[in-house]
Design a binder for this molecule. Structure first.
Ligand SMILES: [Fe+2]
Length: 465
């Protein structure tokens, strides 16, 4: 019997090959690679994408087009274009993830919470109606009131009205008190939940529901472990799917192992990312790197997609500084002249100081990193949020990820100068529901001085995006 002729190997486009095999491309283990494309790209490049494409995503946020991505099936790629991590043993995968954690690089965990998506299908299905309810003032109080049985007698919804810190985006804030379970100890009266829009853009219906305590901003990085734990308890009673994440048999031990100690999931934020919505580039860090021995701080954030999909750009702040320098050097050499003209041209360019300022930052890595840590990334804000050129550039460098329901992303954090920067887009037709959980050591914090507390107030929280 004669053997059937083997199909001829598809000739892949050299650009496609060079993007996937670039030595400095970021390769997170377990993750399908993402590349950017445009309909106007060379036919050979588009054909190469077709050989392995799993899905495509068109990125748009608040009226700004950020291009298109193709998520590739790694198994459909020639071995030479796959990540070496695809052949790793479990121990090697953990070592690679551990190294990423300490380098503040994002870690994507595909399908890790697929069981939560299944087990809490009914609750997750109700979350879209909850978003609707929370979009008008009064809806949040009604949500908590309807769950009195779940929170009492440990918690009590207080009648007093709470001020809104950001009247343009905040919708409603409710206050709660908690009682110590033993009857001894202090009653805590400054727990709160807040519903808010993510932006004021007309086309963006994205929302969040935040659980925290004390004064907004000043207490965002609070070292009060009792209130951190009580806040977590409240969130887990009101959103039971979050309790399944903090007790998750794979996720929780992995985080304990990465951090080298027991981790508390707290200060929950439920996110609804709607079409054309998402978050601009930001970090979730506080000015905590200079405190004590530096170990009692926010360790990072764990974001879990529970319905819909989101697209992410995520990378260590050092890596973003390096990519900014690379991009600015390409602009200096004449690449993408329209980007330089729009960002740095005459009139009132969005980058104060124009190209000269960009060039200075590109040449001074420490200054560039410090600029990226500023709210809105200072002079670099217009560049890092520039689509589709800069977004595509980062995706082709391996910093783009697409999260589907059940996937999680870890965003490690050691303070303002060692953190994971990220930018989020909606990647589904429907509004996606997700939970973002701050990670802190599950132990008493060392004594803090008033001066240190004051310094920490310069911090910004992950709620600002
Ligand atoms: Fe964030």
């Amino acid at each position: 019997m004669s053997r059937a002729p083997r199909p001829r190997k598809q000739q892949l486009d050299p650009l496609f090959e060079s993007i996937l095999s670039a030595p400095d491309r970021d390769r997170c283990p377990l993750v399908d690679p993402v590349v950017s494309f445009a309909e106007t790209d060379e036919a050979g490049y588009l054909r190469s994408i077709e050989t392995a494409v799993e899905r495509t995503v068109a990125l748009e946020r608040r009226g700004a087009y950020h291009g298109e991505w193709a998520v590739l099936d790694a198994e459909a790629l020639p071995r030479a274009l796959r990540s070496p991590a695809d052949a790793f043993s479990n121990d090697e995968i953990f070592s690679a993830i551990h190294a990423r954690w300490h380098d503040c690089k994002p870690i994507v965990l595909p399908s890790i919470a697929a069981d939560v998506v299944d087990d809490f299908a009914a609750e997750i299905a109700e979350r879209d109606a909850l978003r609707e309810d929370l979009s008008t003032a009064g809806g949040l109080r009604q949500f908590v009131t309807a769950r009195t049985a779940e929170i009492e007698p440990a918690f009590e919804l207080l009648a007093k009205r709470a001020k809104l810190a950001d009247p343009e985006r905040d919708i409603e804030r409710v206050l709660l008190a908690s009682f110590p379970p033993t009857g001894r100890g202090k009653r805590i009266e400054d727990l709160w939940l807040k519903s808010a829009w993510l932006s004021t853009h007309d086309d963006d219906a994205s929302m969040r529901l935040r659980f925290s305590f004390g004064s907004e901003r000043d207490d965002d990085a609070s070292r009060d472990i009792v209130r951190q734990r009580v806040t977590a308890d409240l969130a887990e009673r009101l959103l039971p799917e979050s309790a399944a994440l903090s007790a998750h048999p794979a996720l929780a031990p992995l985080l304990d192992k990465l951090c080298g100690e027991s981790v508390l999931f707290t200060q929950h934020i439920a996110y609804w990312n709607s079409k054309s919505g998402g978050a601009l580039f930001h970090h979730d860090a506080f000015a905590e790197d200079a405190f004590d021995d530096g170990t009692w701080r926010q360790l990072g954030v764990c974001y879990v997609q529970l319905s819909g999909a989101t697209a992410w750009l995520a990378l260590a702040i050092d890596d973003l500084a390096a990519r900014c320098a690379e991009f600015v050097e390409a602009l200096a050499e004449g690449a993408l002249p329209w980007v330089r003209a729009q960002l740095c041209g005459g009139g009132r360019p969005p980058i104060p100081g124009g190209f000269e300022r960009l060039w200075q930052l590109a040449q001074d890595r420490a200054a560039c990193t410090a600029e990226l840590a500023l709210p809105g990334q200072g002079a670099l804000g217009a560049l890092v949020n520039r689509g589709p050129e800069f977004t595509s550039f980062l995706a082709d460098a391996g910093h783009g990820f697409v999260l589907e329901a059940g996937d999680a992303i870890l965003l490690p954090n050691r303070g303002l100068h060692a953190t994971c920067m990220h930018s989020v887009f909606c990647a589904s037709e429907e509004t996606g529901y997700s939970l973002s959980l701050a990670l802190r050591p599950n132990r008493e914090a060392p004594e803090d001085t008033e001066a240190r507390s004051r310094d920490r107030r310069s911090a910004r929280s992950r709620d600002v995006s």
